[in-house]
Design a protein around this ligand. Structure first.
Ligand code: UDX
Ligand code: ADP
Length: 473
């Protein structure tokens, strides 16, 4: 079907390129709330597409509470996952770009700005394939001014090309947090739409109005929208680094960071969210977005502003290093062949995502010290761990397992010298910690970086106990 090149009156068909942590859940919720829309989510990764189409909903490619229910209501009704990229773009009135935008690993801006290879490929594909008028929506988090590059690609004209297509570009950043994605999508604090074409903005507003009150839908210019996403993430990450910096001071002074954050957070002007000290922030957004902000500031000659934001990442890296050094110190400065259990490998609870998880750096450093790691996580699989730490489980030299992934917690902790709790999974809170401490090799240590154990659980432990940010213990 070829669409006509005229203004769209109502969106009927959507294509979303990229069936990842953002594209999958956000399209599933739009499909759920807008049964009149047909939504085609496409991905070049066939394995991922197959997983989205798996009859067994526990095998969806991403774990997100409530996602299975939304997918079961919508899949093959008005939500379709496939790798029919061309066909889906061709018939769409609106195309969302939800592809990966990791930090560049080589070339100009390596380690500092996003690699836009996938976004550019996607824009070129849309330019080639789209028919009639198409609204293109940036959903992925992108450096400010990416919309300009997308515009330039879409509006460029090849020699002999007959101009029978046109585009409007909108920025509609996603603010969902993993683990609460469905809740965030169903009841967002706000929906942000940036753009210049009022008709296109109104069409996107019409979609969201199906379930979101109008006063929560905010419209801005393109650049404010792009910059707001980076700024929101930078502010959230800043709070975490701030409280983590105080956690170290608490350990030195005999204060407790949990008491301090409660006291500070009760001030209405500060608020209690995002003041939980821990092993540092992970996830695909915070580090990347701050790096992009820093890069942008440097690009525009705002060196002092760049340095200010860079410190948020510095503190985050320092917190992870600090934890690893404390573990080595308490275990007599030597980890050679000592067994250490890692509880939690995901970057936070309720997700199977390991991107930028603090567990990665900490595990790598412990392995470098010669420790043998027993790793447990309710949702992360062995392959993910292997690619995250880039270390095969068997040592090539000795054929010994240097790390193992366990399904049962009892097996994970059996005979270990230390347990390091790195993810705040609810499962860990309800364990019989006294029984667990008895399974360890004495003298043993529990390093709790997420304040998982309560006071009553600490009392009769057979292991020594260290809690991040608590100088009183
Ligand atoms: C974040 C933003 O919250 C979301 O709006 C944006 O769209 C994407 O980035 P996400 O990374 O999925 O979402 O999770 P978030 O809940 O923000 O947690 C990020 C990291 O910060 C996790 O590692 C978490 O454990 C850590 N964190 C969070 C803390 O250490 N302390 C806190 O108080 C809160
Ligand atoms: P996010 O967390 O931003 O959703 P993910 O990495 O989870 O990021 O998902 C991005 C998805 O986009 C991946 O599944 C990847 O295969 C897909 N993708 C990237 N580029 C393209 C493209 N040009 N065409 C189709 N799919 C793409």
């Amino acid at each position: 079907m070829i669409k006509e090149n005229k203004k769209i009156k109502r969106i009927k068909t959507i294509c979303c390129v990229g069936a990842g942590y953002v594209g999958g859940p956000s399209m599933a919720v739009i499909a759920d709330r807008c049964p009149d829309l047909n939504i085609f989510v496409v991905d070049s990764n066939l394995q991922r597409v197959d997983a989205w189409n798996n009859d067994d909903l526990s095998k969806l490619p991403i774990y997100e509470p409530g996602l299975d229910k939304v997918v079961s209501r919508t899949r093959n009704r008005n939500l379709f996952f496939s790798n029919n990229i061309d066909e889906s773009i061709k018939k769409a009135d609106m195309v969302f770009i939800s592809v990966n935008t990791p930090i560049k690993v080589k070339g100009i801006g390596a380690g500092q700005t996003s690699n836009l290879k996938w976004v550019e490929a996607c824009a070129r594909k849309i330019k080639e394939i789209a028919t009639g008028h198409t609204i293109v929506v940036e959903k992925s988090t992108l450096p400010v001014k990416t919309a300009q590059s997308i515009k330039d690609i879409l509006n460029s004209q090849d020699q002999n090309e007959v101009k029978n297509k046109s585009f409007s570009i909108l920025s509609n950043p996603e603010f969902l947090a993993e683990g609460t994605a469905i809740e965030n999508l169903e009841k967002p604090d706000r929906v942000l739409i940036g753009g210049e074409d009022k008709d296109a903005i109104d069409l996107l507003i019409q979609i969201y109005e199906n379930w979101i009150p109008k006063n929560k839908i905010l419209t801005t210019n393109l650049w404010s929208s792009e910059l707001s996403k980076l700024t929101a993430n930078a502010f959230l990450a800043q709070r975490i680094s701030s409280i983590n910096s105080i956690s170290a001071l608490c350990e030195k002074t005999g204060a407790s960071v949990y008491e301090v954050s409660k006291a500070v957070g009760l001030d209405k002007r500060i608020g209690k969210e995002f003041l939980q000290a821990g092993p540092g922030f992970g996830g695909s957004c915070f580090k990347k977005d701050i790096l992009n902000l820093v890069y942008l500031c440097n690009f525009y000659g705002l060196g002092t502003v760049a340095d200010y934001w860079e410190q948020i990442i510095e503190i985050n890296n320092w917190q992870q290093k600090r934890i690893y050094e404390i573990i080595v110190n308490r275990l007599f400065g030597n980890l050679a062949e000592k067994k250490i259990a890692i509880l939690g490998f995901a970057f936070k609870a309720n997700t199977n995502d390991t991107r930028e998880s603090p567990a990665i750096e900490i595990a790598k450093n412990l392995l470098l010290e010669g420790a043998i790691l027993n790793i447990h996580d309710p949702k992360v699989n062995k392959l993910q761990i292997e690619s995250a730490i880039e270390v095969e489980s068997k040592s090539k030299k000795s054929n010994l397992n240097i790390w193992n992934k366990f399904e049962r917690i009892d097996d994970t902790v059996n005979g270990v010298d230390a347990i390091v709790i790195l993810t705040d999974w609810e499962d860990y809170k309800n364990l019989d910690w006294i029984k667990i401490s008895k399974l360890m090799r004495n003298p043993s240590w529990i390093f709790d970086t997420r304040s998982v154990l309560e006071k009553s659980q600490i009392k009769n432990l057979e292991a020594n106990y260290w809690k991040l940010g608590d100088g009183f213990l």
